[in-house]
Design a protein around this ligand. Sequence first.
Ligand SMILES: CC(C)(COP(=O)(O)OP(=O)(O)OC[C@H]1O[C@@H](n2cnc3c(N)ncnc32)[C@H](O)[C@@H]1OP(=O)(O)O)[C@@H](O)C(=O)NCCC(=O)NCCS
Length: 132
Amino acid sequence: MSEFTDRVEASLTRITKLVFPQDTNHIHTLYGGTALQWMDEVGFLVATRFSRQKVVTVSMDRVDFKVPIPEGSIIELVGKVTRVGTSSMTIRIQLFREDMFLGGQELAVSAEMVFVAVGDDNKPTPLSVHDN
Ligand SMILES: CC(C)(COP(=O)(O)OP(=O)(O)OC[C@H]1O[C@@H](n2cnc3c(N)ncnc32)[C@H](O)[C@@H]1OP(=O)(O)O)[C@@H](O)C(=O)NCCC(=O)NCCS
C-alpha cells in the first residue's frame, strides 16, 4: 500500500453518540444544527489526523438530511479523506442512525467538507503530505 493510501486509512474516523433530549428539536428528532456541529467535529479530526497540521474548515457543501433521527437513537459519524489538493483536503462525512434495540444502520445525513492547512499566520500553507 502507498504512503498516501496508508494515511487515508489511518485518518478514517468514527464517532459514536447517543441522541439525548438536549440534542433534539421540537419534534424530538436530532436538531440539524447539532448534526452539523458533530459533522464538523469528525471532519476536523480526519483532516488533523491526515495532515498532522493546523487546519480550519473552509467549506461544507450541500447537506442532505435523508431521514429523521429520533431521540434515543445511536448514531455513528464516519469521515474519510476523498481528495487532497495543495493546501486543502475534502472529507466525506456520513452520519448513520441505528435503533438502540433493533440495531442495523441507515445513512441519515451526508455531506462533503473542505479543510485547509494554515500556518502560524492562519494563511493557507501546503500540506506536508506532499513532502513524503
Ligand atoms: C481557509 C482560508 C485560510 C483560506 O484562505 P483563502 O485566501 O481563501 O485561500 P486560497 O484562495 O489561497 O485557497 C486555499 C485553498 O483553499 C481552497 N478553498 C478556498 N475557499 C474554498 C471554498 N469556499 N471551498 C472549497 N475550497 C476552498 C482552495 O481551492 C485552495 O485549495 P488548494 O490549496 O488545495 O488548491 C480563509 O478562507 C479563512 O481563514 N477562512 C475562515 C476559516 C474559519 O474561520 N473556519 C471556521 C473555524 S475552523
